[in-house]
Design a protein around this ligand. Structure first.
Ligand code: TRP
Length: 451
């Protein structure tokens, strides 16, 4: 392999970047937020924010990454001059820290996916006591499976971008999509599904500007596209100069939104079906009883209605979810590992193990203090850090980086770039409008500004 890895083809990049974007955020996180924020209004706001904000910022990360072809800290430093260098270091390290913290909670949820997958395998062979243990919340189970998940993630990242990341992303994503579509078809035959779809697809527009909803949707838009930590910058650094970046970015964003939307089409009706079958989902105050566990309650309830076949479907579903989680977690670990490798000259394998084990220790702290830390770390990283770092990335793309160099990088791989709408709008948009949107959402959520 050359000094730096590079994706072997356009398809390989699209699959790897979509593999990063598509994960627990789409299938576990998105439905929870929809269900906690009154349905369609959240879906609407999330989609609008993805187009207006997340896609342009994704492009900023990809362009900077491909230009600098380095880890995040070095990339930001490379496009900075003189007085903005300290800000480059600050932003780069803040991103690395955030990526690591995101991995630390993500791996816990991913561990649950493994446990539920094994639980179905246990049901299949009649080991119901074992399955019961695997699918019930306990400290021991969480510890065991978070460690297992790290082994998977570190093992793949240790082997490098081209070898590790591509192999996993290329094959399994299509299977997940097919399974979700099949499950949506199945759920349409169940009592209660129609009510779920009504709630999901009818936005109450007067809720759209609710401060909590808006901040939540902002965080989700960033999280779902893996933005605001440098993941996409690092992946961008592995894209060849002959690729058309805006098109690549758009493909990834559309795939990501598409899968989240489909997951909602499945999970929200599944809640109503479960309710129709006597499972309690909301408490009397109308709040979700167990939001972290939402899909672990309603989907198994759905699989149960399928009789014997349900066990197989469940096994397949949780296996695919585990894989979707791995293709995302490797993209988180890649951020600190690329930095350790390139800025501190550690060999990749060593970097992956040292950094991976350090983040595992953080996960263990969260597992031991689950009630106090789990939700806190999620909010801290996704609602605050990611949008703020995203805002800083816009500042780098729009204000710090020399405009002619930015434009030149955009033109690479697309000789007719100058005729596109993207060329006319994006450079100014990412410089002025994107930071203003993030700023306005924050001001609004802290009730400092009434929109
Ligand atoms: N986007 C992924 C998901 O939806 C999670 C993810 C991967 C991520 N890499 C990231 C989130 C970097 C934030 C930052 O599951």
């Amino acid at each position: 392999m050359a000094a730096r890895g590079e994706f072997s083809s356009r398809m390989a990049f699209v699959l790897a970047a979509s593999g990063s974007a598509i994960g627990l955020g789409n299938i576990w996180g998105f439905p929870i937020k929809v269900a906690s924020n009154g349905g369609g209004a959240f879906v609407f706001t999330y989609i609008v924010l993805t187009f207006l904000l997340a896609y342009p910022i994704l492009m900023a990360e990809l362009v900077i990454g491909r230009h600098a072809k380095s880890d995040t800290v070095k990339s930001l430093v490379k496009i900075s001059e003189g007085s903005s260098k300290p800000l480059a270091y600050l932003t780069g390290y803040w991103g690395i820290l955030t990526a690591s913290l995101i991995l630390s909670f993500y791996a816990i949820v991913a561990g649950w996916m493994i446990a539920f997958g094994l639980g179905s395998a246990g049901d299949l062979v009649g080991a119901s006591g074992f399955s019961e243990w695997l699918t019930s919340f306990s400290l021991e189970r969480n510890l065991l499976f978070v460690c297992l998940f790290y082994l998977l993630t570190i093992g793949i990242v240790a082997n490098g971008v081209a070898a590790g990341i591509e192999k996993w992303s290329t094959r399994l994503m299509p299977m997940l999509i097919i399974l979700i579509i099949a499950l949506i078809a199945y759920i349409s035959t169940q009592n209660g599904a129609a009510e779920g779809w009504r709630v999901y697809l009818t936005p109450e527009f007067d809720r759209v500007l609710n401060p909590d909803l808006l901040l939540s949707a902002l965080g989700q838009a960033f999280f779902s596209l893996s933005l605001g930590v440098g993941t996409m910058m690092v992946y961008g650094s592995y894209i060849s100069k002959s690729e058309n970046l805006p098109r690549l970015g758009a493909t990834v964003a559309l795939m990501d939104i598409g899968i989240a939307f489909m997951a909602g089409l499945l999970v929200i009706p599944a809640m109503y079906v479960a309710q129709a079958n006597g499972v309690t989902i909301y408490n009397e105050a109308g709040k979700l009883i167990d939001s972290d566990g939402l899909i672990f309650t309603v989907l198994p309830a759905l699989f149960d209605t399928m009789g014997g076949a349900g066990i197989i479907v469940s096994l397949l579903f949780f296996t695919l979810m585990t894989i979707a989680a791995v293709t995302s977690s490797i993209s988180m670990l890649e951020v600190p590992v690329a930095h350790a490798q390139e800025s501190h000259d550690l060999p990749r394998k060593k970097a992956a193990w040292i950094v991976g084990v350090m983040i595992l220790l953080v996960s263990l702290i969260i597992v031991f203090n689950f009630g106090a830390l789990f939700g806190f770390v999620i909010d801290l990283t996704t609602k605050y850090s990611e949008p703020l770092i995203g805002l800083l990335f816009c500042i780098f793309a729009g204000w710090v980086w020399r405009r002619d160099a930015l434009l030149k990088e955009l033109q690479q791989g697309n000789p007719t770039m100058e005729n596109t709408l993207f060329w006319k709008i994006w450079p100014t948009y990412v410089k002025v409008v994107c930071p203003l949107i993030v700023f306005a959402v924050f001001m609004h959520s802290f009730e400092l500004l009434k929109i």
